[in-house]
Design a protein around this ligand. Structure first.
Ligand SMILES: O=C(O)CCC(=O)C(=O)O
Length: 294
């Protein structure tokens, strides 16, 4: 057997000649190198490793799934939106690459000329004066219908898909910019009747779309995550608990209410001060009732 195979090799080399074999090997090597470079360019040309998964999201996997008949408002395709569960207390999910870099840039350009100092919903006895310093960002409200580019419309539709909360329950996007030292102290997005009086509707969930990376600081923090520090001895300035680092295009969803409609106390959250860089984020609050200000 051994002798036979070495004879076969010998015949192959002598028929083609050593220079031809060398040329063939070299061309296979070059073809492989060229091909892999092309593939790598395709990935990095759209923004590196994270961009690759962006290309894969929301794809229609027609061959992989056996589709069911859909209702009037259903989709005849499968949507893939990757997520990571960050916590059950509060119910928080993270969505890498929820929006593209271009979409984020466009939202920033739309918002930047109209920014004003951010405001707060005031409790009884609170005034603008005595709440100064709690929320120091600038912001502007923009609804999807005001955005002629259609980007906020797409984002809003995607948020509705991941929350399964109807689009018309959402407030307009609040686009926020935090500069160095700016923050939002710990607070609830839901309004307790005891503190804010009776409400026409209640905030159920919040979706934050990070429009920029932040070099240092600026995390969204949940100091009471899983009941931690809930004895009242916490200092929001410490920036503790579950911290979500802003990365351009990523999304964060959390629920302020339990399924029974009561406020989840572990949903207390805030924005750590930006230490280096700038933070841009688009917040969408989603309520239990339709919103008529859209
Ligand atoms: O900027 C953040 O990370 C948090 C924003 C926030 O808490 C809010 O807008 O209610």
């Amino acid at each position: 057997m051994r002798a036979k195979s070495s004879k076969a090799n010998f015949t192959f080399k002598t028929k083609l000649g050593l220079p031809t074999v060398f040329l063939l090997c070299a061309s296979f090597f070059l073809a492989g190198l060229f091909g892999s470079t092309l593939i790598a360019q395709d990935v990095s040309g759209s923004g590196g490793g994270r961009a690759r998964s962006r290309l894969l999201e929301s794809t229609k996997e027609e061959s992989q799934y056996d589709f069911l008949p859909v209702g009037e408002t259903g989709d005849d395709f499968i949507t893939k939106i990757p997520f990571q569960v960050l916590s059950w207390y509060p119910r928080a999910r993270y969505f890498p690459n929820f929006a593209t870099a271009e979409q984020c840039e466009s939202i920033i350009s739309m918002a930047e000329p109209s920014l004003r100092p951010s405001t707060l919903a005031l409790r009884e006895g609170e005034t603008e004066e005595n709440t100064k310093g709690i929320r120091t960002s600038s912001g502007v409200f923009i609804s999807a219908s005001e955005d002629k580019t259609g980007i906020l419309d797409l984002i809003e539709e995607k948020i509705a898909k991941v929350t399964m909360l109807p689009r018309n329950h959402g407030e307009a996007f609040n686009i926020l910019r935090y500069e160095v030292g700016q923050r939002y102290n710990c607070h609830y997005d839901a309004f307790s009747a005891a503190e804010y009086g009776p409400q026409k509707s209640q905030r159920v969930a919040s979706f934050l779309l990070y429009l920029s990376d932040v070099q240092e600081g600026g995390e969204t923090m949940f100091p009471f995550e899983n009941g931690f520090k809930m004895d009242g001895n916490y200092d929001c300035q410490e920036c503790i608990g579950l911290k979500v680092k802003p990365r351009r295009g990523d999304g964060l969803l959390f629920y302020s209410l339990f399924p029974n409609g009561t406020i989840d106390v572990t949903s207390l959250h805030g924005s750590c001060p930006v230490i280096k860089g700038k933070k841009w984020v688009a917040t969408k609050w989603i309520r239990d009732q339709e919103q008529d200000d859209l």
